[in-house]
Ligand binder design. Structure first.
Ligand code: ATP
Ligand code: MG
Length: 429
């Protein structure tokens, strides 16, 4: 039987992981510059959490979740990060410790969707959640954080789509307006949308079915229904985005796939590259009612998540390959024992070391040292060790010399670290 990875789930091999590290490092740095600290929540959450927060009629909850029962608990492998973060925020009463909380996360999410380029069943998101600030300044700063991050990693071709969904009262009036629009046109909607019409007509606007697009074309727009407070908030967001110089468009038809959003809503879309209908790099918005909905106090919140695979497709440049500083090539038993000790000493001095313990011939070990990009190859021959010396070969300068065994680790470390900036030290990037 040939076993393969689960469809839509990818192995990420070490040569690709280097680029992931680069992306994650840039994200962490950027989030921390904005005052965010990392939070790690479980991959499994009670199914209830997603059903209630994301909404019963959303695609994710209706069709995409990996849910199962174990020991009497209904569990779901998280399809997104916001609901879990908000759950943790409430569970740990974080609101009582600080008025404003900024959390970021990086990790895998799971959705049983149809796989395509940029769409997987296990995919990675990096996201931020900000609790305790009603905006509108922080709404604009959140969007600008994403824009700044994309620029930092070399993605310049993108545009931010923004819209406002208003608060609960506005949403209710909008629901009525949509019902009035769609009900007489019900027959022309997709089956999914016909079914969702009564429960949640907003979903129809977010449908990917062309039949629904047609009927939605002249549907009422929520921006026209904002009340005064929503309108003031919305104007504030746009003003701050202008101050920050963010490249945005007002997208009156933007509604996103989840129920929990209120007021500010945004998506960042790539305008070049070949991601096709997977060109949305990030999505997010305000979710002012979630914390209270989870049994916490009334705390406003805003957040976003970015799809890491999609970013990697567009991120230019290679990550620097990590190379060992020293490659140790022992030629016999005495050399091998000595190499074990030398490798330990070098690593303690911060040098990355690869010891060739296969016991092959010198020629093949030298070839291997070259292939892994080592700066120095250390040849430990039994007779030389008995004479108290080692051979070192500088693989970049192509020179070979003999050094005393006594104090060799220090000499090698100095050379490996000084002569190859970033190359010798494992952690250096
Ligand atoms: P889409 O419309 O592309 O399905 P979405 O609205 O479902 O996206 P969100 O739930 O907002 O996506 O997730 C935020 C980001 O995570 C998306 O903009 C995208 O970059 C990424 N993402 C979402 N689903 C997937 C997936 N199945 N595979 C890879 N990336 C994904
Ligand atoms: Mg989706």
């Amino acid at each position: 039987m040939e076993l393969r990875a689960v469809r839509g789930m990818n192995d990420i091999l070490p040569e690709e992981v280097e680029r992931w590290h680069k992306l994650e490092g840039a994200f962490r740095l950027n989030a921390e510059l904005h005052g965010y600290a990392e939070v790690r929540t479980p991959l499994l959450e009670p199914t209830e959490l997603f059903r209630h927060q994301m909404g019963e009629t959303t695609d994710v909850v209706e069709k995409e979740m990996y849910s199962f029962e174990r020991h009497g608990d209904a569990l779901t492998v998280r399809p997104e990060g916001t609901a879990g973060a908000a759950r943790a925020y409430v569970e740990h009463a974080v609101h009582a410790k600080e008025p404003v909380t900024r959390w970021y996360y990086i990790g895998p999410m799971f959705r049983g969707e149809r796989p395509a380029k940029g769409r997987y069943r296990q995919f990675y998101q990096a996201g931020c959640e900000l609790f305790g600030d009603p905006g509108p300044l922080c709404d604009a700063e959140t969007i600008d954080l994403i824009a700044g991050f994309l620029e930092r990693i070399g993605i310049a071709d993108f545009v931010v789509h923004v819209n406002s969904l208003g608060s609960a009262g506005t949403r209710e009036r909008y629901r009525e307006a949509l019902l009035a629009h769609y009900t007489p046109r019900k027959d022309r909607l997709s089956e999914d949308s016909q079914r969702r019409l009564e429960k949640n007509p907003l979903r129809i606007l977010d449908s990917k079915d062309p039949r629904d697009h047609e009927v939605s074309r002249d549907a009422p727009m929520i921006l026209d229904l904002l009340d005064d407070a929503d309108r003031a908030h919305w104007d504030g967001v746009l003003r701050c985005l202008d101050v920050l110089g963010v490249n945005y468009v007002i997208d009156r038809s933007l509604v996103r796939g989840l129920d929990y959003y209120t007021r500010t809503l945004f998506e960042v879309k790539a305008t070049s590259g070949d991601l096709g209908s997977q060109s949305t790099l990030a999505g997010g918005g305000r979710y002012d009612n979630m914390v209270a909905g989870l049994g916490g106090p009334s705390v406003p919140a805003i957040g976003f998540a970015m799809g890491m695979e999609r970013l990697l497709t567009l991120m230019p440049g290679d990550a620097p390959r990590r190379k060992p500083g020293c490659f140790l090539a022992p030629l016999g038993q005495v050399g091998a024992d000595r190499a074990l000790v030398l490798a330990k000493q070098l690593r303690a001095l911060g040098v990355s070391v690869e010891l060739d313990g296969r016991g092959g011939r010198l020629k093949s070990m030298l070839r291997r040292a070259d292939a892994v990009g080592a700066r120095l190859c250390v040849i430990l021959g039994d007779s030389e060790i008995e004479r108290g010396v080692l051979q070192i070969k500088d693989l970049a300068a192509h020179v070979q010399e003999e050094i005393p065994l006594e104090g060799a680790a220090r000499v090698l470390a100095d050379r490996a670290l000084e002569s190859s900036p970033g190359g010798g030290q494992r952690g250096a990037r």
